[in-house]
Ligand binder design. Sequence first.
Ligand SMILES: Cc1ncc(COP(=O)(O)O)c(C=O)c1O
Length: 480
Amino acid sequence: MTDPRDPLGLRADAPLLDGWLASTDAADRGALTPMCTPGHKQRHDLTGAVVAGDTPLYGGVDTIKHADTLLADAESRAARLWGADWCRFSVAGSTHGNQALALAVGSPGQEVIVTRCLHRSLLLGLVLAGLRPVWVLPERDADSGLPGAVAVRTVRSALADHPGACAVFLGDPSYVGTTGDLAGHADAAHQAGVPLIVDAAWAAYLGFHPDLPPHAIAAGADGMVTSAHKTLPAATQGALVFARTQLLDRARLDRAFEATHTTSPAGAITASIDAARALLAKDGKQLCARLLHLVATARRRLAEVPGVAVLDGPGVDPAKLVVLLAGAGADGYAVEADLIAAGMPVELGDRDMIIPIVTLADTEDTVARFCDTLAASVERRRGPARRPEPSPAWSVVPQMAIPPREAFFSPNETVPAGAAVGRISAELVAPYPPGIPVLAPGEVITGDALAALRTARAQGGRIAYAADPSLATFQVITRA
Ligand SMILES: Cc1ncc(COP(=O)(O)O)c(C=O)c1O
């Protein structure tokens, strides 16, 4: 008989899911009198339903002394499925995964080749690890202004100029789904004797269908981070961190991972990563085939709306839907507001672009309703076609004055924006989404960066992480 709590029968191949189901079932039956955390003791009459299903990995999914055995079993099943030597489940997102890999590759003061289109989590990873970035810039599409991949020749040349670099860190696919030659990057890195690490936060499904690009590990990368919660049916915060251990050391990877991970991982998050892995192992190809069909249908439908374009073609993840609005003259912030009002929040809306996330959990119906709602909103908001004005996040040309870690710990002061131009930023400032820093600690605040941030804010974007999100003042390094 089908268990409604495990409708696809995944628990037989998912040790953490099995433990979570058993533990929460016992709690629901009143068969537990826990004398350990969590403090809600499985009562739902205090803080209420918000704690339902919450059981810790240690002392819930299994005993405090035994749960690590289940965890290791689940992680090694994931390592096998992705063809990696090492895998860890994080309950702190790709944020933690990026930082763990930054802590695993080198020692403070060493250089590392890094895309400047990096997520802020990796930038903070460089601060934690004390690595000094050698920035490489992605190619950009001249018409849309959107980022492509970093070219292999760019990485080769950076490696040649910086023979002491300890690793190459790239983000692939990019936030807008553009993908590059990861096998070429792996060759370039390996010829220089260093590992290639890839932040694939947005594309945990890669490699599970022949029409999808291979995932980074299959393409030859040594490390890969991906958010199970972003595109797989896993709980928020769940992420997977993978490595091969030819150029990376297993014990060091474990130390780096544990350094900033909680000692109290949520059972539901870890079990949901395990369940998502079991689902991919069972039905990955068929689910990805449907995902590809849904995205292809949505692309065709939306490209029929006059003035609207979708990213498509070689070098674009076929499971990513990126809708470009400049040709229809519609304001993406207004379209996003219409979508939210219709109960369809999207991942990114800026003036010229809407990025919904379509996943294995979508259906013909959800995607058709989304396309109809988006098309109707564009009709209501239609205006004269304009040139796209891409987010400043995609076009940063940094002027690094001092390494991020040094800047992070330097004495700083707050100055009015006008006086900040030409000074060194103490803070990280990023329009969010996509969370790519326009200003990183240690970079010179240029007039261009200030103008671009002000434009993003004036258009309705959220400026994140700045001490003063109004951009009236900036925190700068105090002059010696
Ligand atoms: C490229 C990239 N890497 C890492 C992250 C962090 O992921 P998480 O939210 O799972 O911590 C994000 C989040 O949006 C991202 O865009």
